[in-house]
Design a protein. Structure first.
Length: 368
C-alpha cells in the first residue's frame, strides 16, 4: 500500500511540475503577445496617453509602460526601463528623449533603448505633460505648475505656477520660435502661449483635449483629440473641422514625412495603430509584420540621442520574457505535492494505528 501511495504521490509531483512548465511556457508566449513584441499591438496598460513619431520610429505610451516600432506600427518592442511606469508625456530634445509621468521625469540618450529617472526641481514626482524643441523644454506638473528648461532638461525654472495642472500628453513647441507653445488642456481644450508659457489663450479645438499634433512639413495642419471628439485644422488652429476616428482613439501623430496621420486606439490593454492618408476620411488598421522587422539596430544613428550600439538596442530577443517562472511554478507545484503526499501518509498511518488498537481490543475481549 505504501508503494502505491509513493507511486501516486510521485505521479502527482510530476504532473504538477509538467503542468507548471506548460503553464509557464504558455504564459511566456502570451506575455510576448501582450507586451507587443513582434505584434501589431503594443502593451500600454489600462490607459493610452501618447503617440509620437521620431524619424522612422513610433513611440506609444500608457499607464503601464511604452513601446517602440520601427515599421509604422506593424511590430512593437517594449521599452523595459519604462515597464510599470505611467508615461504621460513624450518629448525630443537635441540630445535626448525626455518623458514624464508617474513617478517623475526620465531621460534617454540612446534613442529610447534605456531610460533613467532624473531628480529635478525639488524632486517633482508627477509630470502630466512635456514638450521640447532643440534645448527648450516645457514641463507641466500638478505639483509645480509650468516649468521651463533652456539646456535640454539639465536645469529648470518655474515659468507659471498657476497653469499646467490640466495639461496632458505632449506639448508642441515651435522649432522656429520656442516661445510659442501649444498644449492640450483637459480642463478646457487646446491652449497656446506666445511668450514662453507666461500667458495662455484658448485656440479652440475639441473640449477636454488629450492629444495634439502638427504636420512637421506644414505646421498649419494640426489634429487634436479630446474627450469624445476630434478635430482637424489647416490654418494653424484658427478654424477646426470634425475628425472621425476609429473607436477608442486617444492619441494622434503625423508621420515624419507629413504624408500620413496616425492614431492609437486602446484595445484591452494594448495600443492598435491606424493610419489615414486623406485627412481622416478613411482609416486602415496596421497589420502585423510578415517578417521579424523589429531589429532596433537599424535605427537611424543621426536621430537625436541615438546610438544603435548601446545595450538594449539589439534584436527582438531583448524583449523575450524571462524563464525563471518555469522553475518557480515547478518548485511551487513540488511543494504542494509534497504537502499532499505527507497528508496522505499521515492519514494512512493514523488508520493503521486505529486498526491496531481495534485488533488489540478485540483480542482482549476474546481472552475474557
Amino acid at each position: 500500500m505504501n508503494k502505491r501511495i509513493l507511486l501516486g504521490g510521485s505521479l502527482l509531483v510530476a504532473a504538477v511540475i509538467i503542468g507548471g512548465v506548460f503553464y509557464a511556457n504558455n504564459q511566456s508566449a502570451d506575455s510576448t503577445a501582450t507586451n507587443g513584441s513582434n505584434k501589431s499591438q503594443a502593451f500600454v496598460g489600462g490607459d493610452l496617453h501618447t503617440l509620437t513619431a521620431v524619424g522612422d520610429r513610433l513611440y506609444v505610451t500608457g499607464h503601464e509602460g511604452a513601446g517602440v516600432s520601427m515599421n509604422g506600427g506593424e511590430s512593437w518592442l517594449p521599452i523595459p526601463s519604462l515597464a510599470n511606469t505611467d508615461v504621460m508625456g513624450w518629448s525630443t530634445t537635441s540630445t535626448a528623449l525626455l518623458v514624464g509621468g508617474h513617478p517623475g521625469l526620465f531621460r534617454s540618450t540612446d534613442g529610447g533603448a534605456t531610460f533613467t529617472k532624473i531628480t529635478f526641481y525639488g524632486d517633482v514626482s508627477d509630470v502630466h505633460s512635456i514638450g521640447a524643441s532643440g534645448d527648450t523644454v516645457y514641463l507641466a506638473s500638478p505639483q509645480a505648475g509650468l516649468l521651463i528648461s533652456t539646456d535640454g532638461g539639465k536645469s529648470w525654472a518655474l515659468r507659471n505656477a498657476q497653469v499646467g495642472q490640466g495639461f496632458m500628453g505632449s506639448m508642441l513647441v515651435d522649432p522656429g520660435n520656442p516661445q510659442r507653445v501649444i498644449a492640450p488642456d483637459m480642463q478646457t481644450g487646446l491652449v497656446v502661449s506666445n511668450d514662453g508659457g507666461v500667458t495662455w489663450t484658448s485656440m479652440g479645438g475639441p473640449m477636454g483635449a488629450m492629444s495634439v499634433a502638427w504636420n512637421p512639413i506644414d505646421r498649419e495642419q494640426m489634429a487634436a483629440i479630446g474627450m469624445g471628439s476630434a478635430a482637424l485644422s489647416n490654418d494653424g488652429g484658427g478654424t477646426w473641422k470634425e475628425l472621425s476616428l476609429p473607436q477608442g482613439s486617444s492619441a494622434v501623430a503625423y508621420s515624419a514625412d507629413g504624408q500620413k496621420l496616425y492614431v492609437a486606439s486602446l484595445i484591452g490593454v494594448n495600443a492598435q495603430i491606424f493610419t489615414s492618408a486623406d485627412e481622416g476620411k478613411n482609416w486602415n488598421a496596421v497589420s502585423a509584420a510578415t517578417s521579424n522587422s523589429s531589429d532596433l539596430s537599424t535605427m537611424d544613428p543621426n536621430t537625436p540621442g541615438m546610438d544603435p550600439d548601446m545595450p538594449g538596442m539589439g534584436h527582438a530577443e531583448t524583449a523575450t520574457p524571462q524563464r525563471p517562472l518555469v522553475l518557480t511554478l515547478g518548485a511551487f507545484g513540488l511543494g504542494i505535492s509534497l504537502v499532499f503526499l505527507a497528508a496522505i501518509l499521515l492519514r494512512r498511518k493514523d488508520r493503521a494505528r486505529n486498526l491496531t488498537k481495534k485488533a488489540t481490543r478485540a483480542g482482549s475481549s476474546t481472552r475474557r
